[in-house]
Design a protein around this ligand. Sequence first.
Ligand code: ATP
Length: 199
Amino acid sequence: MLRIGLTGGIGSGKSTVLAMLVERGAAAIDADAHSRRVTAPGGAAIEPIRQAFGDAFIAPDGGLDRARMREHAYTHRDARARLEAIIHPLVGQGIQRDVDEARSEGRRCLVFDIPLLVESGRWRREVDRVLVVDCGAHTQVERVKARSGLSEAQVEAIIAAQAPRALRLAAADLVIFNDGIDLAQLRTLVDEAAKSFGL
Ligand code: ATP
C-alpha cells in the first residue's frame, strides 16, 4: 500500500482533494480525529493525563481541558512533550487499526491527512510520498473568509503561523496547484495524481 501524506496551508483545498482521492478508492487516515477521540470524555488518554498533570486539566465533561492545557504549555516548556508522549502512542494504535482495515479491504493507497506535516517533521518518515495542495495567500484568505467569517487579518495571522509556502513546496513530491481553477479542473488534477498512485 502506497502511503501518501497530504498537506497544505489553511484553505488550500486539502479536504476537497482528500474527498476526491477517497472517491477514487483511497483510504483516508485522519490523525487529528484519533487525537480528539483519545482526549474526549472516556478517551484512553484521559486517565494518564490526569495522573501526569492533575485533575485541573480534566474539564467538567470528563475530556481534556484544551484551553487550560494550551495556557499551561506557554509557561511550562516540557508540558507539550509530556502530553505528546501520552497521546502519540494511542494515536499510533488508532492509525494502525485503520491501516489494518484498509489492508483487509485490499486498498492500494492510504492518504494520511496531516495539516502540519511540514511543521512537525515526525510524519515525513511515516509516508512514502508527500502531496501538497497549494494556492496563493490571496486565495487562501478569500476561501477561509467565505467559509468561517474570520477577518482578513485573522486568516493572515493563521497563515503566518503555519510553515512558509516555500518550505512546504520544498517538502513536496507532488504538488496540486489549486488556484484559479474550478472544482471540475481540480478533479482532473486529482485524477492524474490518483493514477500516479496506482488508483
Ligand atoms: P482547512 O485547512 O481550513 O481545513 P482545506 O485546505 O481543507 O482547509 P477545503 O476545505 O478543501 O480546504 O477548501 C476550502 C474551501 O474552498 C471549501 O469551501 C472548498 O469547497 C473551496 N474550494 C477549494 N478548492 C476549490 C476550487 N478549485 N474551486 C472552488 N472552490 C474550491
